[in-house]
Ligand binder design. Structure first.
Ligand code: GLY
Length: 359
């Protein structure tokens, strides 16, 4: 039996989803570039061949923008910023100014970014600015701070030349909010991200578009990348939980919870119920498991299991997912529940994978 075949069986036995550059490649769902999936094949890439990994179906389009940079020898930091800007620009339930509002009808955005030298920046509770990820990068590069919030974050963005956008809701968000107001129940729906319409994907390939009271109310685009210099970076950006209490922050702007990068070990980003990612310092916890020798997917699984232990019965009502990438360019993911997809772009193409999960 070949090494690759053994690796496939071992990983299958663990129920683990991973994308290993020199080993098992899980079943991919969809490609954006017309290339055939590489199911079960092995490929031989050098470790510093670039890799970019992003959350959800929207990650495919985001990866394409990131790959234009990283595939041409650019830096991971530039790739992860420009990749998620694509999603911030789309009509999307859960990212950018078209996202769902809080329960008072205001869209508030959270984002963070981190590079290979522990430089990091984030913004939270930011209103009326189109690209929070770029403001987070300016916080990182131009201030002595890591995090700016609310009015202060907006003032900083304006001082940096970001335009103030109109205080309006997108058509979808308005309709969703009006539906939500009928009952005013705070009830996030798991895997809601797969119901989002995105401008660059074929709608027939997506889960059915359906709006109902309280739906379309969660989540995050997260991206992690390894560049040809061997450097890792990560980003994440979200409008957070739809119909949240005014002032609520999720995990995405919190370094160590929604995002963490350690260039000696790996990069991790989280998506899902932010409160439950924060309580286990999720992204940092996954990095520490990789430091102990676990593969990216095993490390993600370890922390997902911790969340299930903590939440007990309530775990059935939440979704939490992690994607991870190590310094060798091996990527993996794990989710609490079925339905989480992640997109991986290497020199061999841009492909969507279904993550393994605890159910
Ligand atoms: N994971 C994004 C949030 O909970 O806001």
């Amino acid at each position: 039996m070949s090494m690759d075949r053994r690796k496939f069986l071992n990983l299958s036995g663990l129920g683990i989803s991973s994308f290993t550059i020199t080993g098992f490649i899980p079943k991919s769902i969809q490609t954006l570039n017309g290339q055939e999936p590489m199911n079960g094949q092995s490929t031989t890439l050098r470790n510093i061949n670039p890799v970019v990994v992003a959350t959800w179906d929207a990650g495919l389009a985001a990866n394409l923008a990131a790959w234009k940079i990283i595939g041409a020898g650019g830096k991971a930091l530039d790739a992860v910023e420009n990749g998620v800007k694509v999603t911030e620009d789309e009509i999307n339930c859960c990212v950018g100014l078209s996202g769902n509002p809080d329960r008072d009808g205001h869209v508030t955005l959270d984002a963070s970014i981190m590079d290979h030298e522990f430089n990091c920046g984030s913004v939270a509770f930011l209103e009326r600015i189109k690209h929070p990820i770029s403001v987070a990068r300016r916080v990182m590069e131009k201030t002595p701070h890591v995090m700016l919030v609310g009015v202060g974050a907006q003032q900083f963005a304006l001082s940096e030349g970001f335009p103030l956008e109109p205080n309006t809701l997108s058509k979808d968000a308005k309709s969703s909010y009006e539906n939500w107001l009928k009952k005013s129940e705070y009830k996030p729906v798991i895997n809601i991200e797969r119901k989002q319409a995105t401008s660059q994907l074929d709608p027939s390939l997506m889960a059915p578009h359906k709006l109902s009271n309280g739906e379309w109310n969660h989540d995050t685009i997260g991206m992690i990348a390894l560049d040809s210099f061997g450097n890792l970076s990560g980003s994440c950006t979200t409008s957070g939980a739809g119909f949240k209490m005014r002032g609520r922050l999720g995990d995405s702007p919190i370094i160590g919870a929604g995002l963490y990068v350690d260039n000696e070990v790996g990069a991790v980003v989280a998506t899902g119920q932010g409160e439950d990612v924060i309580r286990v310092a999720g992204a940092s916890a996954v990095v520490e498991q990789m430091r102990q020798g676990k593969s990216p997917a095993e490390a993600c699984k370890f922390v997902v299991e911790r969340i299930r232990r903590i939440k007990k019965e309530k775990a059935k009502d939440i979704q939490v997912c992690f994607i991870a990438l190590n310094t060798k360019g091996e990527a993996g993911a794990y989710a609490l529940h079925k339905g989480f997809n992640y997109a991986v772009h290497t020199k061999d193409g841009n492909k969507l994978f279904e993550s393994s999960s605890l159910d």
